[in-house]
Design a binder for this molecule. Structure first.
Ligand code: GAL
Length: 958
């Protein structure tokens, strides 16, 4: 072979039109070309000839795929191959720009007629919104050209080739191309025509491109509008009385656009026989005094990184799914999105404009796999690639430049450093000076307007916040954002509250973007949701692809519920004066007039009174102490708490009136103490001891039954099935707790009973719990007493030896009959909580089935703990048990053991058994974020230390 085949040449395209602004709102005729396409898969780029593109080709024996779609997710039983997941490494030898001979190639054919009413005359363009990884295109036997850049739009002029009837569109797609070297994002490799294909009529003289410049002067309260267009035209915005020529500036009083108040003005551009709808948002975004500002105000990103993902269709998303994402974000107080790591489907940005989200729009560029090679041969530092890099930058900016929601351009992700990257930054800045430029991968920050980092520990964020960080002088002048933080893999992320405090403390710290929005678990016939390795990949990165705040089916995980609470734009806390609530408006822009405040007064978890609370419409940043009503009458000795909630006063586009935005609880009095549990002494009965409603084993002191309900396997428990964050990442060997805990043997602790002493009042059991082969242990004393109706258990734990690691948990575990399948508790809820993921747990009386207590992480792991439990009732059809605790306790209840949970790799591996395993914990180790980020903060580590706690058990009816 001589020369490089087109798909491995350095050139990004041949025959395409220059990129331009995209709008779905124009009156030009259009023909969507989605639907069923004839499809043929070949194992290599040159395994089949190109005669299929010629006239009269018979594709009768071809298969069918749906466009938009990835072929690897279609067909029966993997007949079209499968998806493959790698995080950093390329799944082929790194020898740019070459790709393997095994290069799955999908030939696609679509016949179409022009619809009735297709205008005579004029031209037409054929538009591809996204094809992975490259496409060569023919229409009616004529080759139009080819392109790379999977998540970028490409158009061809096709006017003269079109026929009224029986047009044949042929597209050859290769999975691998030189472009693949630039698309090493952490996600599934999934080839196909995965975004829309559209035929668009272009009237003669229609505009090629238009650029809406709409800035806001906050001092004057005016907006300046200028719409540039490459042909003469007129711009009208009736609401503003604007009617000017394209290219002409006009300044008018306006309301600005922001994520909180996304004010859009409807307008139109008429040019060259085409009418284009405009939705104009006036806003200015800039760095001033080292702070990123919009319309004169500091903004704080409460953001997420969003990949495009659907468990059935991969990156082919319909509008409903995009809208679901935006609505879910708005309902969870999220105000910003980084489009990691490529420009999204263009319709997503229309939604961001309309609903209000700040967007960091990122280029389709990542060369992370070169890091493994010490960045040798990195394309962003090799001038042969610079035209491809510039092409990608231009296709990002030109397509998306008219969206008010886009406030920063991001060059790409994890590409190291290089001259090519600097060239793209300069090109972008020159083309659109109105938006700051972002890139995380170059710590010296030569070409960017914000200092951006991923996963810095809290302490470092504080240092940066104080502008005490070392490094280039000019960098300290920049605002600081975390383009990624709080790795939401599995259970977690922990530590969100502490990050938020830093963002609120230091002006320079302007928030961040949680990694990431959704788990990329793909529907799998056996595993429910599959991750890396489940589709036969030789090289893969396992479940690192499941690290989102949403489960694959878009059910919010506890992490999202926690994030919503942590970033709530209104904080409700106890006031300094008794009988008051301190209400702070943490919005960047909005006052509180869109919210209504309501209160409930809880006594022992029951609402005894409720009402509305008058809160002044504080402006952004203000706070006030609000007088609460007089304390309502409530039972003596009850634990009393105010709950104050801020809800939407009226319907919005993203949620109905009454939707809860923020809440706070203000304690009034302490929980009731436990019953003393004395008066009914133990009675020896052969090998058993009768103690009130309980029967204990005389040899071990362990309970055998309670009110007739069998109890098994009672004992101290310190183990948990390690979470992804417990397992940690290779670069943190000293805190990979999963490994260190197993090495120490915490998953196979041995229990020794040293003494069972019966006295007139109760039974005292002394025991030692320790791992084999080690000299560390826990001396445990259980003290059982009763008043005849219930039994009280006092537990004292004293560590022995030098404990090298924190404990996963500390509490007791027991087995109960699985028939107890309903839980009701008074404590934190309704969802799970851990020491550093507890902000969203609200005190109340909650109910769930046992099945409903489980959090279905895609890779099973410790989950489902409920915090601050005052009492818990587990009930079956015939019998039940009530547990109270002092201090309050954590509980988990599940029909499999820790070992089962630990062994399971996918959800269906967990099969309910005959025993309900109940853990009643005094303390838990935190969660942290070290599956990629920092570990558990010192205050949330469960160090081995002396501990005492009490529980009270009573039998209840069914
Ligand atoms: C970052 C990267 C993301 C993702 C994340 C870990 O380094 O930018 O794409 O890989 O780590 O999930």
């Amino acid at each position: 072979m001589t020369g490089l085949p087109w798909y491995t040449s350095f050139a990004p395209e041949r025959g395409t039109l220059p990129p331009r602004a995209w709008t779905a709102d124009s009156d030009a005729a259009r023909l969507p070309l989605g639907g069923d396409w004839a499809f043929r898969l070949s194992p290599a780029a040159d395994a089949a000839d190109t005669s299929f593109a010629g006239p009269g080709f018979d594709a009768g024996d071809w298969r069918t795929v749906t466009v938009p779609g990835h072929w690897v997710l279609q067909g029966k039983d993997g007949e079209f191959g499968g998806p493959a997941y790698t995080n950093v490494v390329y799944p082929f030898p790194v020898d740019p720009p070459h790709v393997p001979d095994e290069n799955p190639t999908g030939d696609h054919l679509r016949r179409f007629d022009l619809p009735d009413g297709w205008p005579d005359g004029g031209g037409a363009v054929l538009r591809f919104d996204g094809v992975e990884s490259c496409a060569r295109v023919w229409l009616n036997g004529t080759e139009l050209g080819w392109f790379k850049g999977s998540r970028l739009a490409h158009e061809f002029a096709v006017g003269p080739l079109l026929r009224e009837r029986d047009n044949v569109l042929a597209v050859r797609v290769h999975q691998w191309s030189s472009g693949s070297y630039l698309e090493d994002q952490d996600q599934w490799w999934m080839p196909g025509i995965f975004r829309d294909v559209t035929l668009l009529h272009r009237p003669d003289g229609a505009p090629g491109d238009f650029f809406v410049h709409a800035s806001y002067d906050h001092a004057a309260g005016t907006g300046e509008l200028r719409v540039d267009c490459d042909v003469p035209g007129r711009v009208r915005v009736p609401e503003l009385g604007v009617d000017v020529a394209a290219g002409e500036s006009v300044t008018v009083p306006v309301e600005p656009w922001s994520a909180e108040v996304p004010r859009l003005y409807e307008g139109e551009l008429t040019a060259g026989g085409e009418r284009i709808g405009l939705r104009i948002g006036f806003r200015s975004v800039y760095v001033e005094d080292g702070v990123l500002k919009a319309n004169g105000r500091r903004i704080l990103f409460r953001g997420v990184n969003r990949h495009e993902f659907h468990p059935e269709t991969g990156r082919a998303l319909d509008l409903g799914t995009m809208r679901a994402d935006v609505e879910l974000m708005k309902r969870h107080n999220i105000n910003a999105v980084r489009t990691s790591h490529y420009p999204p489907h263009p319709a997503f940005l229309d939604l961001c404009d309309a609903y209000g989200l700040w967007v960091i729009d990122e280029g389709d560029l990542e060369t992370h796999g070169f890091e493994e090679l010490g960045w040798r041969g990195n394309p962003v530092d090799d001038e042969r690639w610079t035209p491809a890099l510039l092409d990608r930058a231009a296709r990002l900016v030109e397509r998306d430049k008219n969206h008010p929601s886009v406030v920063l351009w991001s060059l790409g992700n994890e590409c190291g450093t290089g001259a090519g990257l600097r060239a793209t930054a300069r090109w972008i800045r020159d083309r659109d000076p109105s938006r700051p430029v972002h890139y995380e991968g170059d710590r010296s920050c030569p070409e960017v307007d914000v200092y951006s980092r991923m996963y810095p520990p809290h302490a470092e964020v504080g240092t940066i916040g104080r502008r005490e960080d070392e490094g280039p002088e000019h960098r300290r002048e920049l605002p600081f954002i975390l383009c990624e933080y709080a790795h939401a893999m599995g259970n977690g992320p922990g530590g969100l509250t502490e990050y938020q405090r830093l963002f609120e403390t230091y002006e320079r710290c302007q928030g961040g973007f949680v990694w990431e929005w959704i788990d990329h678990g793909l529907a799998h016939p056996v595993h429910g949701y599959g991750y890396g390795g489940d589709f036969g990949e030789e090289l893969h990165d396992g479940n690192f692809v499941c690290d989102g705040l949403l489960f694959p089916d878009r059910t919010p995980s506890p992490g999202l519920v926690e994030y919503k609470k942590v970033i709530e734009p209104v904080r409700i806390a106890p006031g300094e004066r008794p009988g008051t609530a301190l209400v702070s408006n943490l919005h960047d822009v909005a006052d509180l007039s869109s919210l209504a405040f309501v209160w409930e007064f809880l006594a022992d978890g029951e609402a005894v009174a409720e009402g509305g609370l008058a809160v002044p419409p504080l402006t952004a940043g203000e706070r006030v102490e609000v007088e609460l009503p007089p304390v309502p009458a409530h039972p003596a000795g009850a634990e009393a708490v105010w709950t104050v909630r801020a809800v939407l006063a009226a319907d919005t586009v993203w949620a109905p009136a009454g939707h809860e935005v923020a809440w706070g609880q203000l304690p009034v009095s302490a929980p009731r103490p436990l019953p003393a549990g004395s008066g009914a002494g133990p009675v020896a009965d052969g090998g058993r001891i009768l103690l009130g409603p309980a029967v204990l084993d005389a040899r071990t002191g362990a309970p055998l039954s309670l009110g007739g309900l069998p109890v098994s396997a009672f004992g101290l428990d310190v183990w948990r099935a390690p979470t992804d964050n417990d397992e940690g990442a290779p670069w943190q060997p000293d805190t990979r707790w999963g490994t260190l805990w197993r090495e120490l043997g915490l998953h196979r602790m041995q229990h020794r009973t040293d003494a069972v002493a019966v006295d007139g009042e109760g039974v005292t059991v002394r025991s030692r719990v320790a791992p084999a082969a080690r000299d560390v242990g826990l001396a445990v004393t259980y003290r059982w007493t009763s008043d005849g109706t219930g039994v009280r258990l006092g537990v004292d734990v004293v560590p022995e030896g030098d404990w090298p690691v924190p404990l996963p948990r500390l509490g007791v575990r027991l087995g109960l009959p699985a028939a107890l399948d309903r839980a009701q508790w008074y404590g934190g809820g309704p969802g799970e909580a851990y020491p550093d993921t507890r902000a969203a747990a609200r005190l109340g009386i909650w109910e769930s089935t046992v099945a409903g207590l489980q959090t279905p992480y895609v890779r099973p792991q410790e989950n489902g703990a409920r915090i601050g439990t005052r009492w818990l009732e587990l009930t079956g059809p015939d019998a039940g048990v009530r547990v109270e605790g002092e201090p309050s306790f954590w509980f988990t209840a599940r029909r499999w053991t820790h070992a089962d949970l630990d062994a399971a790799a996918h959800r269906p591996d967990l099969v309910p058994g005959d025993t309900l395993w109940l853990n009643l914990d005094h303390a838990l180790h935190g969660i942290g974020s070290q599956s990629c980020g920092p570990g558990v903060l010192p205050e949330h580590r469960l160090e081995a230390a002396p501990a005492s706690f009490s529980l009270w058990f009573t039998p209840t009816g069914g």
